[in-house]
Design a protein around this ligand. Structure first.
Ligand SMILES: [Zn+2]
Length: 256
């Protein structure tokens, strides 16, 4: 059984080798190392070269942007995105809570990075927080990137899940599915087709946040329990989904 973490901030750890080793020991052999800016994107690419089964996502996270994206920023990102270890543009999106930029400036950065993903044939990893109506309007108008798109850390209800699935998006879920108080999310999990679901930890070295990719099995087990299917079925489907998105760019040989 092979598990996959579709969203982890390996770039933020001084030495992620222990994290990767512990993940492998628990069957998590495919990791998407997402980024937030150019420096973290470079680091994610280095880590993907260093560790088998790690694939890089490169991009400008909306909450970390302090000024509108410039043509130079985009040229630098494009150069990085052409690296063979890159499997996604991400994380990119819109943030209605923490962003320093206006919605308009965020949207400009978002559109430019979606265009880049389309040009390079890469899927995108989306950070959308308190901004779903704007994001949904955006995708309804322009369509999704042709290589696909994942909404990371989905914590919404069945109605929102339905809207996002109708657009063709994949939904990636993390540890909130384990907590009984998240009843609406847990109900939504039962209705998301298994071929559109991914698992993630969004691990980041913050005080008090102790999750890491090794925990993916705990999330998979709870998803299986909620859906009344086997852990193996959830593992197979979610890993296959990530591989399908990565296409030829995935480190397929490394995970067998
Ligand atoms: Zn993240």
């Amino acid at each position: 059984m092979i598990l996959a973490d579709a969203h982890v901030h390996l770039h933020a750890y001084a030495d992620p080798s222990g994290i990767v080793t512990r993940a492998r020991a628990r069957g998590v052999h495919l990791l998407v190392a997402v980024s937030i800016d150019l420096a973290s994107s470079r680091r994610s690419i280095d880590l993907a070269a260093q560790f088998a089964g790690v694939v890089a996502a490169v991009g400008f996270h909306p909450s970390w942007l302090t000024a509108p994206l410039t043509p130079a920023d985009l040229t630098a990102l494009e150069q990085l995105a052409r690296h063979p270890s890159v499997g996604f543009i991400g994380e990119i999106g819109l943030d209605g809570v923490e962003a320093k930029l206006s919605v308009e400036d965020q949207r400009q950065a978002f559109r430019a990075q979606l265009d880049l993903a389309d040009r390079l044939g890469l899927p995108v990893n989306l950070h959308i927080r308190d901004a779903f109506p704007t994001a949904i309007a955006e995708f309804a108008a322009r369509g999704l990137p042709s290589a696909g798109a994942v909404v990371h850390y989905f914590v919404g209800d069945s109605a929102l899940a339905g809207q996002l699935l109708d657009l063709g998006l994949y939904l990636s879920v993390g540890k909130p599915v384990i907590r009984p108080e998240n009843a609406a999310l847990r109900a939504a999990i039962r209705g998301i087709p298994l071929d559109r679901l991914l698992l993630e930890t969004d691990a980041y070295p913050l005080p008090g946040r102790t999750t890491e990719p090794a925990d993916i099995g705990d999330i998979a087990r709870e998803v299986a329990r909620l859906r009344g299917c086997s852990l193996e079925e959830v593992a197979r489907a979610t890993t296959d989904n990530l591989r399908r998105l990565l296409g030829a760019r995935g480190p397929l040989g490394a995970v067998e």
